[in-house]
Each structure stands twice: as C-alpha cells, then as structure tokens.
Ligand binder design. Structure first.
Ligand code: HEC
Ligand code: HEC
Length: 301
C-alpha cells in the first residue's frame, strides 16, 4: 500500500472514532426544549403522546465509550491503521504459517511411521486407510472415481485387473512416477476391412461370438501387428501397460464399436506423476489404500 492510501485510511479511521466520541457527548447533554417549561421534548404525537427530554442512562452511554476504548486498543495491538502492523506483530500470514507448522509437526511423525511400514501391512491399518481414502478423494477421485472404479479411459483400481501390475511396488511406481500408455493407431495399416477383422478377433478373445471368417483373418493380422505388445494370446504386458485383451476389464469399453475406435485412432492414456505433488510419504499411504481395494476383493496379492 502506498503511503498516501495508508494515511488516507489512518485519518478516516481516527476521524470516525473522534466523531463517534463527539456524537455520544452531544446526545448525552439534556437539550433546552422549545419554549415550554415542561421536561418533555415538546413533540406531540397522536394528539396527546409526549416524550420526556432526559439524557440517556449512564450505563448505556458507558457501553459506547467502551466500544471506543476497545477500537483504540485493537488498533494499537493489531494491524488496521494503514501500513501500521500493530505492536503484537500479528498477521494473517504469520497465523496461518504457525498453524501449518503445528500440523506438520503433528503429522510428520505419523507419516514417518507409515513410511516404514510395508504396503501390505499398512493396508490393514484402519487409521492409515482412513488417511489414504482422504488423499484419494482429494487427488485421485476426479479421474478414477470416488469409489476408484474408474471410467472410460481411467482404469478401475478396485477390480484386480492391472495395466502395470498390482504388486505393492508396481502400484507405488504407477503413482509416484505416473504412466503413459501408447497404443498406436492402425487405421492406415489395416484399412477398413482389416479393422473389422482384427476387432472381431479381439472381441472373441474373452469367449464372445464373432463371425468366424473375420476372426480367422483377424487372428493372422494380430500375430503380425499386435503380439509384440499384447502377447501371443492377448494376455497383455504390464511392462508397457498393454491391457490383457482376454478378460472382462476394459479401459476403453469392450463393445465392437469401441475396439474399432481404439484400432483406428490409437489411445494415449496418461497418469500424472504424484511425487512432486504429494511427496513420497503420502504416495506410500495412498498406494496402500489402492492396494487394499483389490486385495480385499479377491483376497489375492
Ligand atoms: C506398441 C505397443 C502396442 C501395439 C503394437 C498394439 N497395442 Fe494395443 N495397446 C497398447 C497399449 C499400451 C494400450 C493401452 C493404451 C492406454 O493405456 O491408453 C493398448 C490398448 C489396446 C486396446 C484397448 C483395450 C482396453 O482395455 O480398452 C485394444 C483393444 C488394443 N490395444 C488392441 C490392439 C490390437 C488389435 C493391436 C494390433 C493391431 C494392438 N493393440 C497393437 C499397446 C500396443
Ligand atoms: C488426470 C487424471 C488422473 C489422476 C488425477 C490420477 N490418475 Fe491414476 N491413472 C490415470 C490414467 C489415465 C491411468 C492409465 C494410464 C494408461 O492408460 O496407461 C492411470 C493409472 C493409474 C494406476 C495404474 C493402474 C493399472 O491398472 O496399472 C494407478 C495405480 C493409479 N492410476 C493410481 C492413482 C492414484 C492413487 C491417484 C491419486 C494420487 C491417481 N491415480 C490420480 C489418470 C489419473
């Protein structure tokens, strides 16, 4: 704040307080009434209602004086008069920082303890999981859903099917460093008919019916173009996040239409790295939370 505005505020504030003081003194004095020798104000309402002309009661006036004293003491102690910081040195920023410091000291001990607990064990700690759930709700639910069951393009984290592996370590790596899935587009390489055939083959991989001629032609093309990433039998590859094509878990939907879409346009799923945002300790706790979701579901590791 420039010193002009600072003084502007100081002068207006002080002048207001002085004006209040004067106003109280002025109204406290009994006023000479207009002419008559009675002790009323001389105003008459409804023909015979008159009003006494008496000073305000002492206790009532004192309340006003107290507010003025309070204002003056407050303005000396706390910031309020322009650039003057108040003799206590209090500020919103320092108060906030103090609270943050206290909270840090309180939590860091807890987080330190969590950080030393292996994920499978931490996943059984109820209060750690309550913390993990809060971290998840604040940072992950926008993409993965508040129940962690995902949506199109955002993997379900509670179903036991994993793009990058469901071991405690793989989960933590996914969260710490993020992931980038790259499924190239094959529209040009396959042509319209080729897309129909390969899509039919992929569609049939988890046991669904598709036209036989298409499936056979598609299988041959799959062996040429897709095995390197999705594996001989479509089982996927967690090293590059290539999904298992034989199960019921679909990242982009399992309808013939969505499979064709994936083939024609490719897909680039991106999981943002959380190391910078959350810090290693929080990532550890939320990893245990994610781990607990599917470990509970199928009792597996
Ligand atoms: C370079 C490796 C690579 C090749 C080659 C590749 N894919 Fe993929 N594919 C991926 C990755 C990685 C994903 C996951 C993309 C993501 O995470 O966004 C994927 C996703 C898919 C999906 C979506 C699965 C789902 O759960 O929704 C289908 C279907 C698919 N690929 C089929 C194929 C077919 C058919 C071929 C051969 C024509 C093929 N892919 C070739 C790496 C590959
Ligand atoms: C901006 C959206 C977004 C946010 C925020 C996000 N994720 Fe993800 N996450 C993704 C996407 C997309 C993928 C899949 C990446 C791919 O297709 O290769 C993914 C993948 C993952 C995986 C790997 C899943 C597997 O099947 O291997 C884990 C674990 C995960 N996220 C956990 C989290 C956690 C925990 C948080 C919060 C700290 C989080 N994500 C925040 C979008 C997000």
């Amino acid at each position: 704040m420039s010193s002009f505005w600072s003084w502007f505020i100081i002068i207006i504030t002080i002048a207001n307080i002085l004006a209040c003081f004067w106003l109280i003194r002025w109204t406290a004095k009994p006023r000479p009434n207009e002419g008559a020798a009675t002790d009323t104000t001389g105003h008459v309402w409804d023909e015979d209602l008159t009003e006494y002309n008496k000073p305000m009661p002492r206790w009532w006036l004192n309340l006003f004086y107290i507010t003025i004293v309070f204002a003056l003491v407050y303005l000396v102690l706390f910031p309020g008069l322009g650039n003057f910081d108040g003799v206590l040195g209090w500020s919103q920023v320092s108060a906030y920082e103090e609270e943050v410091q206290e909270a840090r000291a309180e939590y860091s001990e807890v987080y330190e303890q969590y950080a030393q607990t292996p994920i499978p064990e931490l996943a059984k700690n109820a209060s750690a999981m309550a913390t993990g759930q809060r971290i998840f709700a604040n940072n992950c639910a926008v993409c993965h859903g508040s129940d962690a069951r995902g949506a199109t393009g955002f993997p379900n984290l509670a179903d036991g099917a994993w793009l990058y592996g469901g071991s405690p370590d793989a989960i933590k790596q996914s969260i710490l460093h993020g992931r980038k899935g790259v499924m190239p587009s094959f529209g040009a390489a396959l042509g319209t008919r080729g897309v129909e055939e390969v899509a039919a083959y992929v569609y049939s991989l988890n046991g669904r019916e598709a036209p036989r001629a298409f499936v056979e032609a598609g299988a041959a093309k799959y062996q040429q173009l897709c095995v390197s990433c999705h594996g001989q039998d479509g089982e996927g590859n967690t090293a590059i996040g290539a999904p298992d094509l034989t199960d019921d878990a679909w990242l982009y939907g399992g309808s013939l239409e969505s499979i064709k879409n994936t083939l024609v346009n490719g897909r680039q799923g991106r999981m943002p790295a959380q190391q910078e945002l959350l810090g290693e300790e929080r990532v550890h706790v939320v990893s245990a939370y994610v781990y607990s979701l599917s470990a509970m579901e199928d009792g597996a590791q």
